[in-house]
Design a protein around this ligand. Structure first.
Ligand code: FPP
Length: 265
């Protein structure tokens, strides 16, 4: 099923308006938060929140694909999430496995490349195997790069990078004076994807929760008031309009940006 031939006419119009509204973010990173609270509000078990959250994942991936967003990174399971009750962890892993198996064909038909960051060898064997198989299967695609952060935390990645870098210094293959920002970046799990332009967090919480700490240096942050299962394409569009209204100065002043672009922003 090709996503570009699909969709309600009203939705296509909304996407057209967004596309002509300015430069959309190349990389969107999302902290999917509030599945448990969404379920609790409805007196349902927490896992129902996660299950409904998979619906949001599908809709957001599809909308990003249709809009031509290049990179989407989803914080699906943090290092800290291993501390949750075993039953919830197992069910989350099952949901991930289900997603990877059932969406593979559609992701491929829509030119999506899959990527994963985090301590992947900590995942259950069947999940890790399916993940690697899916990544391989989709590796020649050139459209949206969907990155799943799994057993991931920003500090874990920074520490791991520092350890590898220190080993290279000890081996003599790297001099301390050559450790630039670019060099350091090349040691991170995210070395082959650009920094996020926009970070979205759902459920109204204003925390980074150990997500992409190095990479988020200049990301615009958008906090959506709804729980993740309620975050569908309409809510994404709101976040994108909000982003389009921002002035990204990267530490400079407005007048300098005007000089560089030659037009008002
Ligand atoms: C946060 O809600 C959500 C998670 C920890 C897991 C997110 C997982 C999914 C949406 C499903 C599987 C993922 C993919 C990519 C198919 P929470 O449980 O912390 O909610 P709460 O703060 O309300 O308790």
């Amino acid at each position: 099923m090709n996503w570009l031939n699909e969709g309600e006419p009203e939705d296509r119009l909304l996407q057209q308006e967004l596309l002509s509204g300015g430069e959309l973010p190349k990389h969107i990173a999302i902290i999917m938060d509030g599945n448990g609270r969404w379920a609790k509000q409805r007196r349902m078990p927490r896992i129902e929140g996660h299950r409904s959250g998979v619906g949001s994942v599908k809709d957001i991936v599809k909308a990003c694909g249709q809009l031509g967003v290049s990179y989407l990174t989803l914080y699906a399971f943090s290092t800290e999430n291993w501390k949750r009750p075993k039953t919830e962890v197992t069910l989350l892993m099952d949901l991930l496995l289900y997603y990877l198996k059932t969406e593979l064909k559609e992701l491929n038909e829509n030119n999506v490349r899959l990527n994963a960051i985090g301590q992947l060898n900590a995942l259950p064997k069947n999940v890790a195997r399916q993940l690697h198989e899916s990544i391989d299967y989709l590796s020649d695609n050139t459209g949206l790069t969907l990155t799943l952060a799994l057993s991931y935390s920003g500090r874990w990645d920074i520490l791991r990078a520092v350890q590898t870098l220190a080993l290279d210094v000890r081996r003599g293959t790297l001099s301390p004076e050559d450790i630039t920002e670019e060099k350091f970046r090349s040691y991170l799990n995210t070395h082959d994807i650009p920094d996020p332009d926009l970070m979205i967090r759902t459920s109204g919480e204003m925390r980074l929760s150990n997500f992409l700490l190095w990479e988020m240096a200049y990301a615009e942050i958008y906090i959506a008031p709804v729980f993740w299962p309620e975050f569908r394409r309409e809510q994404l569009y709101e976040g994108l309009w909000n982003y389009l209204g921002r002035e990204r100065r990267f530490g400079k002043i407005s007048e300098q940006l005007l000089d560089e672009t030659g037009c008002e922003r």
